[in-house]
Ligand binder design. Structure first.
Ligand code: 1HE
Length: 266
């Protein structure tokens, strides 16, 4: 069974906040956390093994003033990649981001500064995004003579719709603040994104792991299915999750009235 200390990371920093609550920090602030090929490999390794190593919720944070500047443009320029090389690289991005979205461990992104290009693709693979007033979202690919390659056509379009996504790419439009939240680019607008993301992660970690696994992979899988098949899959997943022995104590607490009731926000 792997553990948190087994990951050898250079471009990411990994810490445990409390049992099962991990903080993964993008750690190339001098390069505005631009995603070079090595960082992508570290993301693949980390998010492939996190659940088995005991992660129950993960905060994805960033060192420095910006969350992520997207594709490492300097590395890309210097590598002078062939179409096949870049195609293969994109498959590694997809591997990393799919492991995040479908890996079954809740991932909360603590955003700040630039969340642009591949940085937005990375953020959109998280399950929850927390922004502050200085966080801004853009897809500068169009201006750079590039195209998205890390899943934006799927995930960013899912968040904000096709027309807005195309507008962002064509015109370089930047979204921030409440407007970004209203559109769905982030779910929370707070003063301290790391602290709020940690609060959310700790709360998620109180859920049963099997329940979180179903939420953080099942919903995405079901979105990829026809409505008929998704309903079938949902019933199947609920059959497994809703009968797990670990849930019995929680159900008993509700039945004997010791369990918390759901009340409106005060
Ligand atoms: C970088 C990168 C990068 C900064 N690749 N090195 N993404 C973009 O088009 C965004 C490009 N970056 C920026 O627009 C700005 O750098 C920021 C708004 C993010 C930050 O600005 P600032 O003034 O704080 O920093 P800076 O002076 O521009 O950059 C500081 C250093 O970070 C500098 O390196 P230095 O060695 O000269 O000090 C920059 O070169 C470096 N840096 N951003 C490499 N992106 C799978 S396809 C995905 C396609 C895309 O993601 S396209 C979008 C790319």
């Amino acid at each position: 069974m792997p553990s948190i200390t087994d990951f050898a990371l250079q471009n990411l920093r990994l810490e445990e906040d409390s049992p099962g609550v991990w903080i993964v920090t993008l750690n190339r602030p001098d390069k505005r956390n631009a995603l070079n090929a090595d960082t992508i490999e570290e993301l693949v390794t980390l998010f492939s093994g996190a659940a088995r190593a005991g992660a129950r919720a993960i905060v994805l944070a960033a060192e420095g003033p910006h969350f992520c500047a997207g594709l490492d443009l300097v590395e890309h320029h210097q590598a002078d990649r062939s179409p096949a090389d870049f195609w293969q690289l994109c498959l590694r991005w997809h591997e990393a981001f799919n492991k995040m979205e479908y890996g079954g461990v809740p991932i909360i992104a603590a955003l700040k500064g630039a969340v642009v290009g591949g940085g937005l693709e990375l953020a959109s693979a998280a399950h929850v995004r927390v922004a502050d007033a200085g966080t801004y979202f853009a897809l500068p690919e169009g201006q750079r003579g590039l195209f998205t390659g890390g899943g934006a056509t799927i995930r960013v379009t899912d968040l904000i719709g096709k027309s807005r996504m195309i507008d962002m790419m064509l015109t370089g439009r930047v979204y921030q603040g409440q407007e970004a939240v209203d559109l769905g680019l982030a779910q929370y607008l707070v003063e301290d994104t790391l602290s709020h993301a940690l609060t959310l992660a700790r709360r998620c970690a109180e859920n049963l792991p099997l329940t979180n696994f179903a939420i953080c992979s099942g919903v995405s899988h079901m979105q990829n299915m026809s409505a008929l098949d998704a309903a079938y899959a949902e019933a199947c997943v609920a059959g497994i999750v809703n009968t797990q022995p670990e849930a019995r104590a929680r159900l008993a607490a509700f039945a004997d009235k010791s369990g918390a009731r759901i009340r409106p926000n005060t």
